[in-house]
Write a protein that binds this ligand. Structure first.
Ligand SMILES: [Zn+2]
Length: 309
């Protein structure tokens, strides 16, 4: 069975303005990297829009409508100190969240083995009531609730190897013992959350802060000794991945020193847990990654591992 690649051209039209690191060129770099011949057999699919009902399960109280109403007719508008929206941002955000939901459907229906969603804006900083950190809707958290509502799954895990802590996903998951969130991230760093002492209501939050300039050795050790055993112990029925590539040594926004090979390795290890407890079901979504060349190579390494899985 194939690996699916979900994306949508609307995700290019989320304009964040001159010099903003979360730019459309990021997505162009990822997709250009996946044009290589070895990726010929990706099952390429167009992301549908998420519905406001799907978004509302994570972001209640009319949050989606509030964000969509804040989208300007022209120009740019800041919804947070570093989160910008432009006329194309609403459609992009709906497609980004919709990609994860549709990818879960494709995996659950047995049409594909696993999936990568090449989308923007990213999602893991978006809290239930707050867009922040370049994120409007929490794409993976919306996917988790969709998997519950549509497919009746109970235990769902999100693994987040973005260099930043996914405060939004943690906030959405921490009170529910059947949801599991584990993150490796540079600490201290934006957004300031993600201390090892933040463990959720039932040890269902696992934070693995890494010191600035930590690299492959520390990352793999944290995965091997803590993250993977705890994930396996949780026994997820579906594994979601917040795939940010900004822990790469070349990334300009942080100081961790991961290599392309680390992303291949981490993906293999997560697939192994998914195979053991979740019938191989794994859906990954793009989060950060701001050096365009490193982003293209590291995301290709991730997708290569998904295809081999
Ligand atoms: Zn990040």
């Amino acid at each position: 069975m194939a690996t699916a690649l979900f994306s949508h051209s609307a995700c290019f039209a989320h304009d964040t303005g001159e010099g903003h690191p979360e730019c459309p060129e990021r997505l162009r770099a990822v997709l250009a990297g996946l044009e290589a011949e070895e990726f010929l057999y990706l099952d390429r699919r167009e992301a549908p829009r998420a519905t406001t009902e799907q978004i509302g399960r994570v972001h209640p109280g009319g949050f989606a409508d509030r964000i969509l109403r804040a989208i300007p007719q022209s120009g740019l508008r800041y919804v947070d100190g570093d989160t910008v929206v432009s006329p194309g941002s609403g459609e992009a955000a709906l497609r980004a969240a919709g990609a994860v939901c549709a990818a879960i459907d494709a995996v659950m229906q047995g049409e594909v083995r696993n999936a990568f969603c090449a989308v923007r804006p990213p999602g893991h900083h978006a809290e239930p009531g707050q867009a922040m950190g370049f994120c409007l809707f929490n794409n993976v958290a919306i996917g988790a609730w969709h998997a519950r509502d549509r497919w009746g799954l109970r235990k769902i895990a999100v693994i987040d190897f973005d260099v930043h802590h996914g405060n939004g996903t943690q906030a959405a998951f921490e009170a529910d013992p059947d949801l599991f969130y584990a993150s490796t991230h540079q600490y201290p760093l934006y957004p300031g959350t993600g201390a090892a002492s933040e463990k959720g209501v039932a040890g269902n939050i696992v934070n693995l802060p890494l010191r600035p300039f930590a690299g492959s050795k520390e990352f793999r050790q944290a995965m091997e000794t803590v993250l993977l055993p705890k994930l396996e112990g949780f026994a997820p029925e579906l594994v979601l991945v917040s795939a940010g590539f900004d822990a790469h040594v070349s990334d300009p926004l942080a100081q961790l020193q991961l290599t392309d090979a680390d992303y291949h390795w981490a993906t293999e290890r997560l697939l192994a847990v998914a195979a053991a407890t979740a019938q191989g079901r794994l859906v990954s979504a793009l989060e950060g990654g701001y050096d365009l060349e490193a982003l293209a190579r590291a995301s290709a390494a991730h997708v290569r591992a998904l295809m081999l899985g």
